[in-house]
Ligand binder design. Structure first.
Ligand code: 5CA
Length: 433
């Protein structure tokens, strides 16, 4: 992709209205534009990151046996009356009428809709267990939208819903999602710790939130500091984590005798990137979902729901991975693999070398943003650092004459003058791993 033909409005100055670093960097790096309070347009570079995150979430959901479908953003009020939540949900729900005067809403979540779909499609115990998910926009008319995409009003969520015949099965479905979440966040290059959580308007009595520990987090969590030593990518991590004390502040406040000795009790702020719930028959009972059991009787399936804040993750990843120069994308979600800087687009040798490098990198399956703009070197370096692509390949007249390029790793700042072949060999290594 040629920079000169792309839409990438970068800003030098820090926007005054953005309070936290991820929001500032998302605006400066041209990832999003606010179009109304808490509502954002995803510009081309931001959309590439959002899509990569969604793809990784999807990969781990599929691996865990969940099945993808797509439900609409617009729902009918009648559906929500069946569960009794239409009146209970309050002013966070965006409500409106269609031309026929029918009451509609922009979905803040999908428990009712999935329950009604499942109720219409399934009759027998043979059709359970099932976990279904979609990745779809939600709307919540938050009192205080802030921090950019971290607390938006319109946001992208992965929401999964499990249906089981008995409590043991329901627990297994919950555990499968718990494990999938640890894998997902690890694949995104994040350390997200699970903590016991209150269930709020979703309901039920078993719930975990997944938090990235960061000073800019909106929640507070209390946990046994032994948790800091757990390798979350380890296969034993789910079992180890279940044995350790970790609570969202509201839950912690309910605990009368904290089992963790004070010197081991840590308290940090966290960004909630996922939230899972087991609420049994709350929606299936209210909405009359029943299936025939093996013995011919009718049973009410037990359900759980499992959310990941896909658009919030873009901000959370930046909070966790940036430096003074800008964003430092983990390889797994970077909008392009390589930023190719041609320092002298007016020089024939440089232009040929850069075009060749771009073609060969792309032929090798790497995505490239080629800065061919007629601009000063300093500006190109600053822009490339700001947008945070994992690798930079810099082509200038002296190196080009010697058949060399400069390869820079964004995260470490390490630079090497190498042949294009050597650069490509180094670049493919960590990606393949
Ligand atoms: N139905 C359940 C699980 S599918 C549910 O809605 N859970 S939730 O309310 O906790 O939302 C799931 C995730 O969406 C949260 O963990 C958070 O990461 C993300 N999220 C919630 N509200 C917002 C918001 N206003 N802006 C951005 N992301 C949000």
């Amino acid at each position: 992709m040629l920079f000169s033909r792309y839409l990438l409005p970068v800003m030098k100055e820090t926007p005054a209205d953005a309070q936290i670093v991820s929001h500032q960097l998302m605006l400066r790096a041209g990832l999003v534009r606010q179009t109304a309070a808490g509502i954002y347009a995803w510009l081309p570079l931001g959309l590439r990151v959002l899509n990569r995150i969604a793809d990784l979430v999807r990969r781990e959901q599929d691996r865990a046996g969940a099945i993808e479908l797509l439900m609409p953003t617009i729902q009918s009020a009648d559906l929500w009356r069946q569960s009794g939540r239409y009146d209970a949900y309050g002013p966070e729900m965006l409500r409106f009428q269609d031309r026929g005067g029918r009451e509609m809403l922009y979905g803040p979540t999908n428990e009712e809709m999935i329950t009604s779909i499942f109720r219409d499609c399934v009759r027998s115990y043979r059709d359970l267990p099932r976990t279904l998910y979609h990745i779809q926009w939600k709307f919540r008319d938050e009192v205080r939208p802030r921090f950019g995409v971290m607390r938006g009003r319109e946001f992208l969520m992965k929401d999964a819903y499990s249906f089981d015949l008995d409590a043991e099965g329901g627990r297994a479905s919950y555990d499968a999602q718990f494990t999938a979440y640890l894998r997902t966040f690890a694949a995104l290059g994040l350390r997200a710790v699970p903590v016991r959580a209150p269930t709020g308007p979703i309901g039920g009595d078993l719930s975990h939130e997944f938090h990235i520990l960061a000073d800019t987090g909106e929640s507070e969590v209390f946990y046994d500091s032994a948790l800091d030593a757990v390798d979350l990518a380890d296969a034993d991590a789910p079992a180890m984590l279940r044995g350790l004390y970790a609570m969202e502040a509201e839950e912690h406040a309910k605990v009368e005798n904290c089992p963790v000795p004070p010197e081991r009790l840590a308290s940090r702020r966290g960004i909630e990137v996922g939230h899972i719930f087991f609420f049994g028959t709350k929606y299936s009972h209210a909405m009359g979902l029943q299936v025939q059991a093996k013995d011919g009787t009718q049973v009410t399936p037990l359900m759980g729901s499992y959310g990941v804040g896909v658009s919030r993750l873009v901000g959370a990843i930046i909070e966790a991975s940036h430096d003074a120069g800008g964003i430092v994308w983990p390889d797994s979600v970077a909008p392009f693999d390589v930023g190719l800087i041609n320092l002298r687009p007016d020089d024939a040798l440089c232009a040929t070398a850069a075009a060749e490098a771009e073609a060969r990198l792309e032929a090798a399956g790497l995505s490239v943003l080629h800065d061919d703009r007629d601009a000063r070197g300093g500006e190109k370096f600053a822009t490339m650092d700001l947008i945070g692509l994992p690798w930079q390949i810099i082509i200038g007249p002296k190196a080009a004459a010697a058949g060399l390029v400069e390869l820079k790793r964004r995260a470490t700042g390490e630079r090497h003058e190498v042949s294009l072949d050597d650069a490509m060999a180094r670049l493919k290594g960590p990606r393949a791993a």
